[in-house]
Design a binder for this molecule. Sequence first.
Ligand SMILES: [Zn+2]
Ligand SMILES: [Zn+2]
Length: 291
Amino acid sequence: MSERSAASDLDTERVAAAFGSLADDSRIAILVALWTEGPLPFSELQTVAGFDDSGHFNYHLDQLLGQFVEKESEVYRLRAAGTKAIDIVFDERFAGSASTVDRELDADCPACGEGLRAHYEDGLVEIACSDCPVLVHLGYFPPRGRATRDMEAFLDAYARRLWRDFTLAQEGVCPHCSGRIDTRVEVDPDWHLSLPAVSRCRDCEVTIGTAIGLRLLADPAVVGFLYDHGIRVDDRPFWELAFCIDDDDAWIEREDPLRVVVPIERDGETLRVTVDEHARVVRTNVVTDRR
Ligand SMILES: [Zn+2]
Ligand SMILES: [Zn+2]
């Protein structure tokens, strides 16, 4: 099998030239003007971007034309690379306008039972115990998704997006770069989880580790079982579903090939989900608890 990494194909000179043409606050102003008000004709763009001198404006616009901005029928608009550059412009890690979030969640620490807290800073969301050192979850959320929402809406959007990211990784698509990502169940890691599903991207080095349960939220048997018990997977954030953040009751059914059983219990019924070494579902069955 031939292995190619994105990094080895990179034309660093071209990338440096592209960054170079962005490295000027006048040009950033033009991109932002097109993002907020565009597409715009020359003179309007000059006004919105805040230039008095059209020669000066024209010079900077020229540096962006082609790669970041295009002109059609006398109107300027952002190209795809210009929209991507806007993502960077609004990234608070560059602008230094971090609006952090820190609040209690309606969920308990899988290790000690104390409440969990969510903390957002520099694009990273941490869900951790308020009392012991357990870090339940660490994830990335684009700062623009934070900047445009209040705290409640942000956490809601984060919860909705993240389980999809994790199930996407499970399907072999890296949620960060869309490259190739492989998932394996790790046995006995040095972590509060005893059988985490860990996905490693072959193209961007991103690593995602979660309870196996969190990878099951797109499985039809799991979705159906929860629905039958009054839970739609989007109705509550994944950290309120214990099997998504804790794997205390998961067990190894077989070592070779690896089979791990994740029980999901609701109202006296248990869905037993058996997964393989890639955390892929191989079997599900419902067991009614006899009391
Ligand atoms: Zn704790
Ligand atoms: Zn990747």
